[in-house]
Ligand binder design. Sequence first.
Ligand code: GDP
Ligand code: IMO
Ligand code: MG
Length: 438
Amino acid sequence: MPAVVIVGAQWGDEGKGKATDLISSRIDVVVKFNGGNNAGHTVVVGDEKYALHLLPSGILTPGVTPVIGNGVVVDLGVLFNELTALSARGVDVSRLLVSANAHVITKYHVTMDRVTERFLGKRQIGTTGRGIGPTYADKINRVGIRIQDLFDESILRQKVEAALEVKNHLLVKIYNRRAITVDEVVEELLSYTDRLRPMVADTALVLHEALQDGRTVLFEAGQATMLDVDHGTYPFVTSSSATSGGAATGSGVAPNRIDRVIGIAKAYVTRVGAGPFPTELLDPDGAEPEGPGARLRRIGFEFGTTTGRPRRTGWYDALVTRYASRINGITDLVLTKLDVLSGLERIPVCVAYEVDGQRVEEIPVNQTDFHHARPIYEEFPGWSEDISGAREFDDLPPNARSYVEALEAMSGTRISAVGVGADRDAIVVRHDLLPDAG
Ligand code: GDP
Ligand code: IMO
Ligand code: MG
């Protein structure tokens, strides 16, 4: 079972970092294949809490080779800060490899991200402001800067010149900002080359060889299915392929090498930033007693790992998970944060939408319909027990088991593990996520 993909099945922050950590002692190589430091993964190991943005979560496990694949966009300042911080806490980061083909986020990408968002006003996407969209735009426009360009100063200078030519017109004439000079960009990028050089590799070849040798490779997605640039709620998405197809293009490993796709879904749903979210719970401001949306946010501690923004919260949406299962070919679901629902008398689950008076059971392909979709709920009885100590499925109260089984039936994919707390070992495993063969 050598090639395994982990993807988010909702709008991100499902607990992908924790799921990676769960199986990482049995993997040899972990590759991040999309996104950049817009991601935020929190992993709790004993008393230590790690917040990772650019590096794959698998870096926390000794012996694992972490890889930043070609599909990632890399802010080198962030990369070295994260590496320094992890080293200071005793994490061995010496094995890290970075694809020579990955694109680089420069200061003009970050500036463009922020000024374009401001310019959009009410139509803004609520990006993380990390330069992600503008860097992918330059990649597709063929004016991007790749990691390998940093090792040839004259090529680098030419490329930065070409990229800045139009952007400076925009910055000065449209956005009323100062121009960014070629020198300041080139100088900053060149300041990283000595530290970067030993990490740079033909990572597609490294991954191919690892798989040929029978080693286990984990492909770790940032973001999630509903934030995918093709399959998400466009334009309220990120700018990369966050679904399992992206694992192939973003790493250079062929799709027919992938054996297993693990989808991570929360027992409810959250979203950061703008865009449609049918099951969102909109409590009135300052509602007393606390509304259900605020309760999920407080107990689930739903605040962005990257920007600290409060996450929008809502009930579980079976249509979203079913869609994610189909788009990604999910073989196993990990349901996280079931413990956050403890204490609720009844738990609504969205089983269909009403769109213009019609009942629909698939995500509407038309964005306008999705904006108008009204959730149709089925309610399940809750439980009051603290479930954080459960380690076997049978340790869960009967109503919690029924809730998991109902979601499994609706989602069309088996739920192989259930998260019952933030700690590393707070998980109930029903089926091995990494069987040896298959
Ligand atoms: P990611 O972006 O998908 O890696 O997820 P984040 O790290 O942004 O958000 C998930 C949060 O939920 C983290 O703070 C985790 O520590 C926490 N978490 C993960 N699984 C569970 C769980 O089963 N129960 C609880 N209470 N917290 C969890
Ligand atoms: P993880 O990996 C949740 C959202 C942003 C915004 C949209 C576009 O932790 O699940 P971007 O900066 O990517 O151009 O912003 O995508 N977004 C995330 N939301 N979790 C994330 O990552 C996200 N990465 C981006 O809030 O709505
Ligand atoms: Mg996150």
